[in-house]
Ligand binder design. Structure first.
Ligand code: FAD
Length: 280
């Protein structure tokens, strides 16, 4: 069991990792090898100390190098749930389950807000995890809402189970090309059903489906429903502690301003708080 599991490898997660390393704590940094698409997408950074006009791509490369030099690796994966154990947390990530004494949530903000019916049908046809739930839809018709090309592997996995996949690829240059996958134009507005999902609405028309997979950055309360969220952001105190003992949060997921400097600062504070929480 590690001391801490950091979920999300953007600026906040990387900052927390660098500080935990300096504090000689054992941790896992879970996220993407590319760290953060949001960071990479910035054209020119003018408001972060030390980066006078660097591009987001350069910033990502600097952070990657810094992790490498610090002997920190990113555990690649997408966390789909956090479960409380006896004085610890279990973190589900693909087919793996990791165990940590504490958590730092550094997941950024959801790139796509929940659509009508999404939260209501979680566990009744709406899933965030292809690896965990894909097999439930063997031979069935599903919709997949995907916000990032990095998730295309999961789409292909789902297409291996389902007989028909309606894919909403909410990013440029989708490369999925499979006979049972139909790419649907438009942004879905609603998930409908009775006791379970029956359809997804796009452009005013309903497509009949048995399930909907939302492959996107997660809102923290979908990872851990007892987490207190206020106005869509994780509620934290000055130590970046959430309402859950041993769980801390940093960066965009705690609210505005959505800026690198705030994310880095909060990641640093969260790591110090984790260390104080763990004690000697
Ligand atoms: C185009 C653009 C330009 C910007 N320019 C600037 C600028 O010039 N200056 C500035 O200060 N700010 C800028 N920002 C804002 C800045 O990018 C954010 O404030 C910053 O990236 C927040 O860092 P973060 O670590 O909190 O979140 P993010 O950078 O969003 O990182 C969170 C990471 O966690 C991952 N993640 C989410 N859920 C999970 C999960 N369940 N499992 C594993 N990983 C997960 C995400 O995929 C992401 O990689 C810009 C944003 C954009 C979109």
């Amino acid at each position: 069991m590690v001391d801490c599991i950091i979920i999300g490898a953007g600026v906040a997660g990387v900052s927390a990792a660098l500080t935990l390393k300096a504090l000689k704590r054992e941790f896992l940094l879970i996220g993407s090898a590319n760290l953060s698409n949001k960071v990479a997408g910035a054209e020119k950074i003018k408001n972060y100390p030390g980066l006078d006009g660097a591009s987001g791509a350069q910033f990502v490369q600097i952070m990657k190098d810094q992790l490498l030099h610090g002997g920190i690796s990113v555990t690649e994966g997408h966390v789909t749930g956090i479960y409380e154990g006896d004085g610890c947390f279990f973190v589900a990530c693909g087919q793996e389950m990791y165990e940590g004494k504490s958590i730092i949530l550094a997941t950024g903000v959801e790139s796509v807000k929940p659509i009508v019916g999404e939260r209501e049908f979680v566990g009744r046809g709406v899933s965030y995890c292809a690896v965990c739930d894909g097999f439930l839809y063997r031979g069935k018709t599903i919709a997949v809402v995907c916000t990032d090309r990095e998730e295309e592997r999961e789409v292909e996995l789902l297409a291996g189970y389902a007989s028909k996949v309606y894919l909403f690829a909410l990013y440029k240059n989708c490369t999925v090309n499979l006979p049972n996958v139909e790419i649907v134009k438009g942004i879905p507005s609603q998930i409908k059903g009775g006791t379970k999902v029956e359809g997804i609405v796009v452009g005013g028309k309903e497509i009949a489906v048995d399930g909907v997979f939302m492959l996107k950055d997660s809102a923290c309360d979908t990872l851990y429903p007892a987490l207190r969220v206020e106005n869509g952001s994780v509620a934290v105190d000055r130590n970046m502690a959430t309402n859950v003992k041993g769980m801390f949060a940093a960066g965009d997921c705690t609210g505005r301003p959505y800026q690198y400097a705030k994310a880095a600062g909060e990641g640093n504070v969260a790591a110090h708080s984790v260390s104080a929480y763990l004690g000697r």
